[in-house]
Ligand binder design. Structure first.
Ligand SMILES: Nc1ncnc2c1ncn2[C@@H]1O[C@H](COP(=O)(O)OP(=O)(O)OP(=O)(O)O)[C@@H](O)[C@H]1O
Length: 261
């Protein structure tokens, strides 16, 4: 198996009581799979991704990537966050080149940066500054930067969460094209049912309090995939019914918290 997440739990110590962010997570991911992690706010999606990235240590359980235990961050894992986090004083190409220059000559790094900037359709913006780009374009630079490191596993934490609907939908197409071209394994955190239906081979639906897997849904549809395909509707209905009780729990907890202040 490419990635195995075995019985992973994570507890954060709190002021009054500790918070069980993740409880007994078991998940296998195959090489070349696009797996989304979908669930309500606070169900532990980002914590799970951060554990796979090696940035957070689980309280218990183990993770194996390509036969090696995950003990910390590694360059075989690339990460894209909700905010592009580009260096404002560097140009677009320099941002992508930056992590490459430890191992490559400047010319080789630039060549690679241009290859991936062309993949995210930013060939005409290589010398621009980040502030001259829209949010969606900045996010494409962040994706190019992660891809240029040629990670075996791409971890994406709500990468399109801060973008407007049209930009989001355009970037779904870009990401799907990249996925088909590079055949990368992708673990993708999202709140959006539509996004997960458009992009995933499998959707891991998570519940909250404690964060756990409710169901794993397989979507065996050809790509590129139309979000509005009628065949996807029953899956949407199923996911909505799985999440309804979980979202009610989140709202209840927030109301209790507000009342106790
Ligand atoms: N460093 C931390 N210290 C304490 N508690 C934390 C920490 N990180 C996360 N938590 C708690 O763990 C739970 C899961 O958080 P996490 O951010 O993983 O959820 P999420 O599903 O990604 O939420 P969202 O969709 O809102 O980003 C939450 O209750 C959160 O408050």
């Amino acid at each position: 198996m490419f990635l195995t997440i075995k019985n992973v739990s994570k507890e954060f110590p709190g002021r009054d009581r500790s918070e069980i962010a993740l409880s007994n997570i078991d998940l296998d991911v195959k090489e070349g799979e696009f797996v989304s992690i979908l669930g309500p706010s606070g169900c532990g999606k980002s914590t799970l991704l951060s554990i796979v990235a090696g940035l957070t240590t689980p309280t218990s359980g183990e993770l194996i990537l390509q036969n090696n235990p995950i003990k910390g961050p590694g360059k075989e894992r690339g990460m894209v966050f909700q905010q592009a986090a580009l260096f404002p004083w560097l140009s677009v190409e320099e941002n992508v080149m930056f992590p490459l220059q430890k191992e490559l000559s400047k010319n080789a790094a630039r060549e690679l940066a241009h290859k991936y900037l062309s993949m995210v359709q930013l060939s005409n913006y290589t010398t621009h500054s980040p502030h001259e780009l829209s949010g969606g374009m900045q996010q494409r630079v962040a994706i190019a930067r992660a891809l240029a490191m040629d990670p075996a596993l791409l971890l994406m934490d709500e990468p399109f969460g801060a973008l407007d609907e049209q930009t989001r939908s355009r970037l779904h197409e870009v990401l799907e094209e990249i996925f088909l071209e590079t055949k990368k394994t992708i673990l993708f955190v999202t709140h959006s049912i539509q996004e997960s239906l458009k992009l995933s081979d499998r959707i891991v639906v998570m519940g909250t309090q404690p964060g756990r897997i409710l169901d794993v849904i397989e979507l065996d549809f050809p790509r590129p995939r139309e979000q509005t395909r009628a065949e996807l509707l029953p899956y949407e209905v199923k996911i909505k019914s799985l999440l309804k009780a979980e979202i009610d729990k989140v709202v209840e907890k927030e109301l209790q918290h507000a009342a106790s202040r």
